[in-house]
Design a protein around this ligand. Structure first.
Ligand code: TRH
Length: 400
């Protein structure tokens, strides 16, 4: 008899018998923070809002620790915020799979674990949680089964997305109440600035958060802000953008530094914990975001945003960007739609992208009242859609 290491995975409270009460979520950190950012959010929601037991397997706990300081990278097993966090390394244990197994972003499950899945009765619901895209084909591929070539297992493709024919977007049930409470509370806001070690911004300053890849357009944007009439305060958590900002100000930078160039003030922030990052997005007038998770959070922040999409080979990302812009801009007045499209293209590069100039930024500023209304409207419409976690739970229930 094989010596199975029995999982300590338990679900409390225990839902109905047909409920997928035990979940294994596998996360491979390809690069940066988005893979773990999404998986961690999903794991917490499964535990906190659905009462399931979740084992989160992560191959890089150091990256995880940057968004969640409670993580101890040296521990192979730890429970954080009700989630059992497992270090996923080459020495994978023989273990009973949960009722649902999620491989995030097509990461490859350990062969040993797949064999255990095939030997379990009933077999677990196996989900590949894919990347978010606004492209039309997503609706046709969402929830499609893919039978395993040899084993009695079926994997389902689960696509996040912007309409009811997809898996939806990650959104905690009380997110908007928390946002509204924060925005209505001077005390909470003052507390937030205090934790960042910053004075509250003055009312006449346009506050912009900056989270991007090593984007060559950053210098042009900073220059446009410096030359503009409106005072801009750019809050930049220390990330890959540091070198480009340093080149712009021609000096080395560290957390806490504040510099002025014309109408622009730049403040270097630490990389902040994930819940605090939401507060940063809620506090700013414009949020510059990237990848997938910060992009979604900026939408829930209901503020104008500028997105740098994760660059892919052969410019595949530009097709995705165009699909998102078609959807996002559909209800905007024509002039503002043009402003959004031109700035997004210049920010993301590619053929005929153009450069960011003071005129292009001025065009965006003219569109700002429209963009503010639109950001609220967009968030309200998307919030009517079932959130990704609930959609996933419903789907898995139907497959058990
Ligand atoms: O970091 P990202 O670029 O992540 C990813 C990865 O590159 C991944 O490989 C790719 O597949 C995916 O993008 C599309 O951007 P993202 O997705 O926005 O994730 C950043 C996370 O970091 C998000 O959860 C917010 C969090 N964050 C903080 O917690 N504190 C901070 O100060 C900042 C700036 C972000």
């Amino acid at each position: 008899m094989s010596a199975l290491i029995l999982s300590r995975l338990s679900a409390a409270p225990m839902p109905a018998s047909s409920s997928p009460s035990r979940w294994d979520v596998f996360c491979q950190v390809i690069d940066n923070y988005g893979d773990i950012g999404v998986c961690w959010r999903l794991a917490r929601q499964l535990v906190g809002e659905h009462g399931f037991g979740v084992r989160l397997w992560v191959d890089d706990l150091r990256v995880f620790q940057r968004i969640c300081s409670e993580i101890v990278p040296q521990l192979r097993i730890q429970t954080v915020q009700g989630v059992e966090v497992r270090h996923w390394d080459a020495d994978f244990p023989e273990i009973d799979p949960g009722d649902v197994v999620i491989e995030a972003f097509a990461c490859h499950l350990p062969e040993r674990f797949i064999a255990s899945m095939a030997g379990t009765k009933p077999v677990p619901v196996w989900i590949n949680l894919d990347y978010l895209s606004a492209e039309a084909w997503v609706s046709g591929c969402h929830a499609l089964p893919s039978p395993h070539p040899r084993l009695p297992l079926t994997k389902y493709f689960f696509f996040p997305g912007f309409n009811e024919t997809t898996g939806g977007l990650l959104r905690e049930s009380r997110l908007d109440q928390r946002r509204q409470s924060f925005c209505a509370s001077p005390e909470q806001q003052t507390g937030f600035w205090r934790t960042l070690g910053l004075p509250p911004p003055s009312a006449d300053t346009l506050l912009v958060s900056l989270f991007a890849y090593e984007n060559p357009a950053i210098a042009d944007l900073l220059d446009s802000w410096a030359q503009g009439r409106t005072p801009v305060c750019c809050l930049a958590p220390l990330t890959q953008t540091q070198s480009v900002i340093e080149a712009f100000v021609a000096q080395p930078l560290q957390v806490g530094d504040a510099l002025r160039r014309g109408s622009l003030e730049i403040r270097m922030l630490p990389f902040i914990a994930q819940p605090d990052y939401d507060q940063l997005l809620w506090s700013c007038d414009i949020n510059i975001v990237r990848g997938e998770d910060s992009f979604v959070r900026a939408q829930w922040a209901a503020k104008p945003m500028l997105w740098q999409i994760y660059p892919q080979d052969e410019d595949a990302h530009l097709t995705k960007l165009a699909a998102f812009l078609d959807l996002y801009c559909a209800d905007l007045p024509e002039a503002s739609r043009g402003a959004v499209r031109r700035l997004y293209r210049a920010w993301n590069g590619g053929k005929d992208a153009g450069r960011i100039t003071p005129d292009l930024w001025a065009e965006w500023m003219d569109a700002l009242p429209d963009l503010r209304r639109h950001a609220i409207d967009w968030a309200e419409k998307r919030a009517k859609q079932e959130d990704l976690c609930s959609c996933l739970v419903r789907f898995c229930r139907s497959k058990l």
